[in-house]
Design a protein. Structure first.
Length: 228
């Protein structure tokens, strides 16, 4: 599946595009994919939502693991400082997301981000971007494919198919519930694909989305009502 530009947005400034590409290429060299070396006790889910065109709201929900009991909910909203540019969404969302992260009283062992990790044209999805900034293990849970090709996994819960891009497996296409659309699980930073997939499955209870990102998405809608 190709990665297309949204034509309802103007073409980006070439100078900005060049600089953001340079930054991604530099960050790409620092990505570490590895089996996690921590004992997972605290997991955070995070997501961002836009309020109109000018304001972004980011949410972190901290949960115990494996119980998945909610321990903290924090959020931060602020102005959007960068226009939408395909392939560079992290530069638009991450600054506000990092400000929300600072409000957590306890820091998670792992962050599950609503979005992509290395399943990105330059391996720099929002999960990887955040992981590099925080030097923290991260993984991405995306609802739609960004780049790569795959064969539809079986329709039963737990079925997996690889997402392949440039002859590399960049994510697993995971069926988290019988007969629902799959999610795309990818490592972000300081994480590997098998571990990310196992954790995503362990966090998938009754819904399509694993609990950390499902709850982050839910509370983003709740907290938006407090901003308006």
């Amino acid at each position: 599946m190709a990665y297309y530009r949204r034509f309802d947005y103007p073409a980006p400034d070439p100078a900005i595009l060049k600089e953001l590409t340079r930054q991604q290429e530099e960050m790409q060299q620092r990505i570490i994919l590895q089996k996690p070396d921590f004992e997972l006790k605290l997991i955070a889910g995070c997501d961002s939502s836009f309020i109109g065109e000018d304001t972004i709201l980011s949410v972190f929900v901290l949960l115990s693991y494996p119980e998945l009991a909610v321990l903290e909910k924090v959020w931060h909203h602020g102005p959007v400082e960068l226009p939408y540019i395909p392939g560079f969404l992290a530069f638009r969302e991450a600054p506000n997301m990092l400000k929300a992260y600072e409000k957590l009283q306890q820091k998670p062992d792992l962050i599950m981000v609503d979005g992509h990790g290395i399943s990105h044209p330059r391996r720099l999805g929002i999960a990887t971007h955040v992981g590099l900034h925080l030097n923290k293990p991260t993984m991405g849970i995306a609802k739609k494919v960004l780049v790569g090709k795959y064969k539809e996994p079986e329709s039963t819960k737990g079925a997996i198919a690889p997402l392949i891009y440039k002859d590399e497996i960049i994510a697993n296409v995971l069926r988290t519930k019988d007969n629902v659309k799959p999610v795309f699980v990818s490592p972000g930073h300081l994480m590997d694909l098998p571990s990310a997939t196992e954790i995503a499955m362990a966090c998938a209870l009754k819904h399509k989305l694993p609990e950390p990102t499902r709850l982050a998405d839910h509370y983003a809608a709740v907290f938006k009502t407090e901003v308006k």
